[in-house]
Ligand binder design. Structure first.
Ligand code: C2E
Ligand code: MG
Ligand code: MG
Ligand code: MG
Length: 288
């Protein structure tokens, strides 16, 4: 992520001074009142065991329900929150809410589940981050092992020394680290050796044209092989078809996540799905 470096950051700010499109400025202003008004919510997307087809966990995905604009997607508001620092507040709230929600999910399922939370680069670098993490775990009385923290390759590369310290502290709490959008960042594979990473989330870009696309198939196979040798767990993102799921399952991809096994959904819908434990509870009657 180029905008993480000091030099590129200046570029980002000068673009801002010249003025972003009008709607982005009003969107930014609206975000502050949205925080006060409680317009941000969390959706949950099932992460499914490719072999058993059971829901094993959820990724929390933030939503902004604006009174007149409707649902504002995270690609619109996360970058703004990252720039103005609101992400620290929103991220801390999300982490706490997610940990609490997991308890209710586990109750409905009657078994252990995990929760996966996105951590932005700025949140990761924030001095208070570990404190926030501890508070969230304590508040929900949750063992760290039930938490997966998703970071991108870019987050690691800004300041690898600092990243190593924070990741080690996270691992000490039992939390697992996932590399989100794996394969799309500018980074070397050396970090897989250096940092305590447990999960690779293969980006949808490599999954969406499976099984037909030869290059994508080769990349996915290679990542799965490498992960096996490094003792890493793989989650394939953006799985939309039975063919993709079958292909991934055949190659021992442990987890899948995508519209096939469930779109991001409000907690009460997820709870209903969990009563059946099986992702097919989310499908229309004729597809179960
Ligand atoms: P991500 O963490 O890589 O999340 C996966 C995105 O792919 C989500 O988009 C999800 O809705 C979408 N997706 C899942 N399955 C499929 C599929 O089968 N097909 C297609 N076409 N898309 C699928 P979403 O919810 O719009 O979030 C976009 C990004 O915003 C996330 O990418 C993440 O980087 C960021 N984000 C979302 N929530 C949070 C949050 O609470 N904190 C932070 N820091 N970032 C967040
Ligand atoms: Mg993610
Ligand atoms: Mg992802
Ligand atoms: Mg992605």
């Amino acid at each position: 992520r180029a905008k993480e470096t000091g030099k590129a950051r200046a570029v980002v700010y000068s673009v801002r001074e010249e003025g972003l499109p009008q709607h982005d400025i009003s969107l930014e202003a609206a975000m502050f009142s949205a925080v006060r008004e409680g317009e941000f919510l969390l959706y949950y997307q099932p992460i499914v065991d490719a072999r058993t087809r059971l829901i094993e966990g959820f990724e929390t995905l933030m939503r902004w329900k604006h009174p007149t604009l409707g649902m504002v997607p995270p690609v619109r508001f996360i970058p703004i929150a990252e720039t103005n620092g609101l992400i620290n507040l929103l991220g801390a709230w999300a982490l706490k809410a997610a940990c609490m929600q997991l308890r209710q999910f586990e109750e409905a399922a009657g078994r252990d589940l995990y929760i996966s939370v996105n951590i932005s680069p700025r949140q990761f670098r924030n001095d208070k981050f570990l404190e926030v993490l501890d508070q969230a775990l304590a508040l929900a009385d949750l063992p760290g092992a039930k938490l997966v923290l998703e970071i991108t390759e870019g987050t690691l590369m800004v300041d690898p020394q600092h990243a190593e310290t924070i990741l080690t502290r996270m691992a000490e709490r039992g939390a697992r680290i996932a590399i989100d959008d794996f394969g799309t960042g500018y980074s070397s594979l050396a970090y897989l050796k250096r940092f305590p990473i447990s999960v690779l989330k293969v980006d949808r870009a490599f999954v969406k044209d499976l099984p037909g696309a030869h290059k994508e198939a080769a990349i996915c196979s290679a990542v799965l092989d490498m992960a096996r040798h490094l003792d890493l767990v793989v989650v394939a993102e953006g799985v939309e078809t039975d063919e993709q799921l079958g292909w991934l399952q055949q190659r021992d991809c442990r987890y899948v996540q995508g519209y096939l096994t469930g779109k991001p959904m409000p907690a009460h819908v997820a709870l209903t799905a969990l009563q059946d434990n099986h992702y097919t509870a989310l499908l229309p009657q004729d597809r179960r």
